[in-house]
Ligand binder design. Structure first.
Ligand code: XMP
Length: 520
């Protein structure tokens, strides 16, 4: 649990695929919330957490199962508003004296329309103004009898109890998922719910920044902190925030492994050292990395070699700082949410994410992770709050192993030079056409084949490359970006005219799955 002076909303997770979206919707409303798995929510936990409101998430389980996931009955005695969503709705009815029945013909998946049954519920302000409202259903079981004190406020053809509430106790239960995009007025429903609960919307980035700075100062005291800076958004925002908190007690280490993009090292080092005046070690270790990668073409071996050397180099340079007690990392909220297993069984594995893998244990360092409560776009908002340049904040993700995994087969300095140039032209094209911010990630892979071409009157025998551009929300799934043919042919022409060594350009139209975003 995280300490916060804000009013907090507790989301009890029963394993729905979209629980994180509930948190997103609430954060968009400037409400501070945390997701905790049902099996971690005990009575003492509730007493300490002291939520101002509770949301029971959806989930794949059935309230009929022997070991069906439950919430402590105490949730309903806290005197705070409770909203049950899908499985949360069924659980609420089951626990409060209603009835739930198995699915069969009443199962509903996908789009449905809810019609108002009564219109005097503040939770539904702004709903039904234009008749029935579209919602997204995904349920097998259904409520067949509502609990005492509840009334029906909305029905759908297959869900007579689509929206029910006990307004006196501020208990609300909806069969559909208000958090998903396909329930267009879902955000409004959450806004009404938190307003009812008395939230003031004080979870702003300005407030977050001030609190985070105070917390970092309290945690670190006079000690020294080191931070592995990759130039990516997360580590950059973490570094600037910590620097604001403790100034030169922070030293950043930027490892240039020779696998960066064109001008990347200069841009990162200039910005942090010159613009922010931050103590920064620029570890130019290209020879070390490229030497160790000579002759290596297996993707896993490449990754392992880079990971191992990265730790060695980081340790060597961190020693120069002398007596650092803390390691700063840009760990985000999605990395720390405890997950609930599909079976609903107790699975409290915390996805621990080490940007600088293995270092904290090896070096006996304590962690400073000031972004642990934030989603990626909130990190970007914090970056803007801290005055980081917009083009830096909006940068596409770049993998730790860098160009090595965009160079299938053996890595050579020649291929890397060509790759850097092609990538620069491609990204320039994307920016010129105003597409950069629509694309989640765009890059080029240089292929380990030479092909025959003709330029002017000459035969060429040069490398082929593959352009990649994807849309994605979190990098877990992705689709290729639908460039126009004009864009693709203009880009291919520019690449072949401007970059020596490439005579053939292809566009990768593989989604993820089955492909991955990177080529290795
Ligand atoms: P894949 O290729 O697995 O990539 O679909 C998903 C996202 O993760 C990035 N990626 C990495 N990031 N270290 C990183 O910091 C890595 O080893 C690594 N491998 C892939 C990739 O660029 C994409 O954004």
């Amino acid at each position: 649990m995280t300490e916060s002076s804000h009013d907090r909303l507790l989301i009890i997770d029963f394993g729905s695929q979209v629980t994180q979206l509930i948190a997103r919707r609430l954060r968009e409303l400037n409400v501070y919330c945390e997701i905790h798995p049902f099996n971690a929510v005990t009575e003492p936990f509730l007493a300490t957490f002291a939520p101002r409101a509770v949301i029971l998430s959806g989930g794949p389980a059935s309230v009929f199962a022997d070991d069906s996931p439950r919430a402590p009955a105490k949730v309903f005695d806290l005197g705070v508003p409770v909203l049950g969503v899908c499985y949360g709705q069924q659980l609420m009815m089951d626990m409060l004296g209603g009835k739930v029945e198995r699915g069969h013909k009443t199962a509903e998946f996908g789009r449905a329309y809810v019609t108002a049954a009564q219109d005097n519920l503040p939770l539904l302000d702004g709903w039904f103004d234009a008749g029935p409202e579209q919602v997204w259903m995904s349920h097998g079981d259904h409520v067949s009898q509502i609990a005492p004190g509840f009334h029906v406020y909305g029905t759908s053809p297959n869900a007579p109890f689509a929206i029910t509430a006990d307004p006196k106790r501020h208990f609300y239960a909806v069969q559909f998922h208000p958090e998903v995009h396909h329930t267009p007025k879902g955000r409004q429903l959450y806004a009404n719910f938190v307003r009812q609960a008395g939230f003031t919307g004080d979870w702003t980035m300005g407030a977050y920044r001030d609190e985070a700075i105070a917390k970092i100062r309290a945690q670190v005291g006079d000690a020294k902190v080191i931070c592995g800076l990759s130039g990516g958004v997360d580590s950059s925002v973490a570094a600037v925030l910590i620097h604001e908190a403790i100034g030169d007690q922070l030293t950043c280490v930027f490892v240039d492994h020779g696998l960066l993009r064109k001008d990347e090292a200069t841009e990162v080092v200039t910005m942090f050292r010159d613009h922010y005046n931050m103590p920064l070690i620029h570890a130019d270790e290209a020879d070390l990395f490229l030497g160790a990668l000579t002759g290596v073409s297996d993707p896993e071996e490449k990754r392992k070699t880079i990971g191992r050397l990265f730790i060695d180099v980081f340790q060597k340079h961190a020693a120069e700082v002398g007596g650092a007690e803390f390691l700063a990392q840009g760990t985000l909220y999605p990395d720390v949410i405890e997950s609930v297993s599909f079976s609903g069984g107790p699975s409290v594995t915390i996805k621990s994410h080490h940007n600088v893998g293995g270092l904290p244990e090896q070096m006996g360092l304590k962690l400073v992770e000031p972004l642990r409560e934030l989603f990626k776009d909130e990190v970007r908002a914090l970056g803007r709050e801290l005055g980081l340049p917009a083009e830096f904040i909006g940068r596409h993700p770049f993998p730790g192993p860098g160009l090595a995994i965009r160079c299938p087969g053996e890595i050579t300095p020649e291929k890397l030079d060509i790759l850097r140039e092609v990538d620069a032209v491609y990204i320039d094209q994307i920016r010129k056409h105003g597409l950069y911010d629509e694309i989640w990630q765009a890059f080029v892979a240089i292929l380990p084949v030479r092909t025959v071409g003709v330029m002017g009157d000459y035969r060429t025998y040069d490398y082929a490359c593959a352009l990649r551009a994807v849309t994605s929300v979190d990098g877990m799934t992705a689709d290729y970006y639908p460039f126009t043919h004009d864009f693709l042919s203009e880009t291919a022409t520019r690449i072949i005219n401007e970059v020596a060594g490439i005579n053939r350009v292809t566009y990768d139209i593989t989604s993820k799955p089955p492909g991955t975003i990177e080529w290795e």
